[in-house]
Design a binder for this molecule. Sequence first.
Ligand code: S3P
Length: 445
Amino acid sequence: MTEATPLLSEKSGALSGVANVPGDKSMSHRSLMLGGLAVGETIISGLLEGEDVLHTADAMRALGATVEAGGDGLWRTFGVGIGGLREPANTLQMGNSGTSTRLLIGLVSTSPITCTFEGDASLSGRPMQRIMTPLEMMGAEFMAREGGRLPLTVKGTGNPLPIEYKSPVASAQVKSAIMLAGLTAPGITTVIEQTPTRDHTENMLRHFGVQVDVEDLKGGAQAIRVHGQEELQGCAIDIFSDPSSAAFPAVAALINEGSEVRLPNIGLNPRRAGIYETLIEMGADIKYEDERIQAGERVADLIVRGSNKLKGIHVPPTRVPSMIDEFPILAMAASCAIGKTVMTGLEELRVKESDRLLMIANGLKACGVELEMGEDSLVVHGTGQPPKGGAMIETALDHRIAMSFLILGSVTDEPVTIDDAAPIRTSFPNFIDLMKQLGMVIRAA
Ligand code: S3P
């Protein structure tokens, strides 16, 4: 266990510059997993070299794939081919990473190997039953702690059954775990999603040559069908910058009047970029330049200008899956806006790296913000003035809570301190340096 690193952030004034945020986390995990399964060489550029993704890289090596770092986000894999995964000699260490854990459990569950997964205190509290249920239907067996918690051992099956599964939760991780399991199963594995979630697995599988069909069903639902036992073909993947990470400098610029920050090469897949739609509805000055399609995904450069004109809005609950990781930073923007911001349909926030709803509410209250928290909702009352601040924030091993409150400290009357900045390395290793370059004042507490 690394030592906690408390940090403090204080009023900064206008921010400016170019913020090169690291590669997309979802795409980075998937590129290593699919590259590690494909036949031949896959060249990945722009990989996020954060702790979460490095856990995926280590696990893929332990499963028999060749995974090599070439420096500066350039990586190379030689995959094992469908059915070629090797039983790891040791426990797979997943650190803080829910995406690594759930997707890899899916991947190994339809191979005749046994793997044990372990994580940190945050990950060990997160629910795995949501993937165990469908994977058991495919033939895998599990042993886990009470409530399907890590440490967990999966005994994969050598005779997987393709299934049709209607997911009870809006979760790209559940969908992806089943799809990855389906790659080794004969025939077609189908996931039905009531509310469609990020579709990076679908897009990337197609990029590797696997047939994935999507059918629109009644009421906005979708059936996603992956064709099993088709070899993945090694390819080249250029990973765009992470729209979730970019939301931190974007909001920092928005709440600091006079700021102008450019964010190059940001992924704007409509299933991922709901935060930008929401901020624009709140009155944010965000421009998209040079919009393009890169590896089947929408990408643009963002220009964000600060003003003190954000206004509170009702965020439509249908938009929640497309900005599921952005509620902590949205809540910070809402606390500086005029009027109330109403956020509903947030039940999944309770089972992220922390109980995010509680962590946001506790932290904002401690900073003097008026709010109401419900079981799955949050209403933040902004006055149009920055909150008082002056609090010590508990971050509970949650990188996004840590980054969000540091950003808030750039406008509050009194500095904001976070109890531990170490988890930021899981997703955004250069966050502190980058924010300082833009003009933020962050120092040891
Ligand atoms: C992710 C899906 C989301 C998200 C996570 C990354 C992915 O989780 O919160 O950070 O890469 O598939 P859920 O599937 O639990 O919503």
